[in-house]
Design a protein around this ligand. Structure first.
Ligand code: KIV
Length: 272
């Protein structure tokens, strides 16, 4: 995409729904600052996720749990200053949406101070009421199912979710309930490829996957994983797109192409 194209029609929730209907893959990456926001969207990324993964990849923390509301607002505002066209989705950090009232207050901060167009929160059935309250007041919501990193201490690690039949049926039901409550997008993380395909087929709203196979409506990766600069272990579902490239822009363009054409994720990036 050229620089001019970055100023073309902004990506909205309506665009994402249309893309799902037309079976056009949605390309998402995390972004935490203005320079990357500008580069990513001019390379063709349609959704910029200001993920609380910034706690790990930017701040060097062990989990996303310590990330604060002020930090999310700060990074979201930086990304907002760099973008022109891409939809800006921002994470609600740990314990910033424990009640619907708290969620309303903090989602308003992400939108008013952070320039977010959509907020993302982790959780299934327990978040249905909160999602209903947010969306009824005009706040677009992405509900994050499957592996929920903010619950890592409860889960005992970053484990694939929905592998047993009961958990899979519950996740499918949660996806439908969240859609009924008004969720605009679902994000599914680290779940079996077949379950992700089933969820994607069962809802009308776009489903963006990470570690969830190629059948989702779109894909997201943590930017530093796809650039191969995450220290230590890179998750099985990520691919280093810098390999064989001579610039960050070329790597991002190759990620965009790979997602759009369905080449990424490949079978080896998914779970059974
Ligand atoms: O915080 C984040 O970057 C995320 C992705 C892992 C989807 O939620």
């Amino acid at each position: 995409m050229s620089g001019d194209a970055a100023h073309a029609n902004p990506i909205t929730v309506t665009t994402l729904r249309k893309m799902k209907r037309n079976a056009e893959k949605i390309v998402c990456l995390t972004a935490y600052d203005a320079s990357f926001a500008a580069l990513l969207e001019t390379a063709g990324v349609e959704v910029l996720l200001v993920g609380d993964s910034l706690g790990m990849v930017v701040q060097g923390r062990e989990t996303t749990v310590p990330v604060s509301m002020d930090e999310m607002v700060y990074h979201s505002a930086a990304v907002a200053r760099g973008r022109r066209r891409a939809l800006l989705m921002a994470d609600m950090p740990f314990m910033s949406y424990a009640t619907p009232e708290q969620a309303l207050r903090n989602a308003a901060r992400l939108m008013q101070e952070g320039g977010a167009h959509m907020v993302k929160l982790e959780g299934g059935a327990i978040q249905v009421e909160t999602v209903a309250q947010l969306t009824a007041r005009g706040i677009p919501v992405c509900a994050h199912l499957g592996l929920q990193p903010q619950s890592v201490h409860r889960l005992g690690g970053y484990r694939v979710q929905g592998r047993d039949e009961g958990a899979a049926r519950q996740m499918l039901q949660d996806a439908k309930s969240l859609q009924a409550a008004g969720a605009d997008v679902l994000l599914v993380e680290s779940i079996p490829t077949t379950l992700a395909a089933e969820i994607t087929g069962a809802v009308d709203i776009p489903v963006i996957g990470i570690g969830a196979g190629a059948d989702c409506d779109g894909q997201v990766l943590v930017l530093y994983d796809m650039l191969g600069i995450t220290p230590g272990h890179r998750p099985k579902f990520a691919r280093d797109f810098m390999l064989g490239q001579t610039s960050v822009r070329a790597a991002v363009e190759s990620y965009v192409l790979a997602v759009k054409s369905g080449v990424f994720p490949a079978t080896e990036h998914g779970f059974n």
